[in-house]
Design a protein. Structure first.
Length: 181
């Protein structure tokens, strides 16, 4: 009888913790999906941006090719490789910054309505990527706290729950791009 009085609350608590871990894992996966959608939107904008810039700045071939190469590299990474994806996307962001800086040197290009619209859309998507990244990192933090905290870590280990990686921007990617003419 006493054993039942002890076992039932422990079982109920274990079920609660397990469900909480499942909820956190789902929130983390949903948050990553949000980042993935925004990164795909940005990747889809890049070819149009490149084609528009090509017409005005054909001698900036190296910058254009670098952006295309980094876009393709980022798209080729598996969705689960968060650290690799963060690094690749950071390098792509830097290259896009250089591309937009190059565009500043061409007044006709800056006045082109198509380029202006693409640039504004890209800036909007970049902002949405940052918001999605913050949301994902918050969900990953919550998951990691539950996986590491006692006594939920006992249940997490028993059922194979693991810590989520953060989508971080590397220090090198935080630097303002430099462009030389």
């Amino acid at each position: 009888m006493y054993l039942l009085l002890i076992a039932v609350p422990i079982a109920i608590y274990a079920i609660y913790v397990y469900n909480s871990l499942v909820r956190s894992r789902q929130m983390t996966e949903e948050a990553w999906s949000g980042i993935d959608v925004q990164l795909k939107r940005r990747a889809d904008l890049i070819p149009n941006l490149i084609e528009t810039v090509k017409g005005y700045a054909s001698h900036e071939r190296e910058t254009l090719e670098k952006v295309v190469e980094l876009r393709n590299r980022a798209q080729a990474l598996p969705a689960g490789d968060i650290a690799g994806r963060a690094q690749a996307e950071g390098m792509l962001s830097q290259a896009l910054g250089r591309l937009l800086a190059v565009a500043e040197a061409y007044p006709d290009l800056k006045a082109n309505q198509n380029f202006t619209e693409l640039q504004q859309t890209l800036e909007t998507v970049e902002g949405e990527i940052q918001m999605s990244r913050r949301y994902y990192n918050g969900a990953a933090r919550d998951m990691n706290v539950k996986v590491d905290s006692f006594p939920s870590n006992l249940i997490a280990r028993s059922f194979g729950f693991v810590k989520a990686g953060y989508f971080e921007v590397a220090e090198a990617d935080r630097a303002v791009p430099t462009v030389k003419f």
